[in-house]
Design a protein around this ligand. Sequence first.
Ligand code: STL
Length: 439
Amino acid sequence: MADVKFELITRRLQEVLGGDIIKAILAEGRTPKCYWGTAPTGRPHIGYFVPLTKIADFLRADVEVTVLLADVHAFLDNLKAPLELVAHRTQYYKKLLLAVFTSLGIPTSKLRFVEGSSYQLSREYSLDNYKLCTLVTEHDAKKAGAEVVKQVESPLLSGLLYPGMQALDEQYLGCDFQFGGVDQRKIFTFAELYLPRLGYAKRAHLMNPMVPGLGGGKMSSSDPNSKIDFLDPPEVVRRKIKNAFCEEGNTAENGVLAFVKAVLIPVSELRIERQQGKTGADAEEGASAIGDQTPFALEGAPDGTVFSVFRKEEYGGSLHYKSFDELEADFAAKKLHPKDLKTAVADGIIRLLDPIRAAFEQDEEWKKTEKLAYPDPNAKPEKKKKVYHPPPPGKGKNAKLADGAAGPAAPEGQAAPSAHAPDATSTTGAPEESNPAAS
Ligand code: STL
């Protein structure tokens, strides 16, 4: 039993550090606890299906999963999420992640969502953060964040705090292992080194492979056409897939093939396993799923098909695959044309996104949050409010009044506030006409 769970927890990962920690917990019959963190910055794209399908495995192995909405990290990283937007983005991410989990048939009652700011501003956490600052060299902090924190010409101090706080999150969220992409590796090894120096336990780290974007490069690139948004309608999905880099016979840097491998096939397998009654730790798993829950196989496909590609009879008829390796081999041998593959992948993505967009359309609060979280950059800026600048002492229309009479009266023994003091009336920003003190 422990072996089966360990296999489920670690399958399809690129790397596992500290697997013995998890094995020991399972051997004792205890429930491992894990967390996955995401910083609510830009609009999440369908690359998020990759960690989320892995989280489905954790839950099936009865792991307690926490999703950290790392709101403080979202602005520590070069203000990727400006402070005034971060709360809205956190809510947007939460709504979206809940809808995606539901669409995958993952019971969200098994998940705990935590906002970073709910504990990262506490006295204890702050003190640990400062303690860590006395242990970590600037060099080590920089190195740890090199792949995750945006690299800029004039690096800010906040980027140096990022890795240390992520390490502390493991302690404060009470996890046994942290899960993330292999891009987090330097932060993970940093945490393994420094948590014990604070007297805390070293945690295990499980890493997913990185999945290339549709341009063949990193999915999180700033080119909006290389990423498919969770709310993109079918025609936009088709256009973006059509423009994706997917060269005949070339399986390297092929974002379309990579998506089949990392998302469509694992989702198909999950659905097939459920059809067979293999629901893992939770018998109710999948019961509350919304949307079509059949694998990405065409009608009439042989049993065990995890991915089908439709083709007219005159082009040789449809293709059915039981594994990614078979699909990849056909593509490499040019037996499968990019155009046919792209159509099948677009169909699959449209099916995955359908219930998520439907959930969005039905949720007025979510729609409002979306507008606030990601305001239209082309919208006309609001007219700037007129700011009240007080005249220097002795000038302006009240200058003839006796000193101090126009402003708040000074209590006995105290000087009247000066125009330069922070509590002077000027800081209200109220326009002169509506300033009762001036009328
Ligand atoms: C991103 C993109 C990504 C991962 C993260 C952020 C992770 C953030 C994070 C923050 C604090 C933690 C753990 C993870 O404790 O792929 O923008």
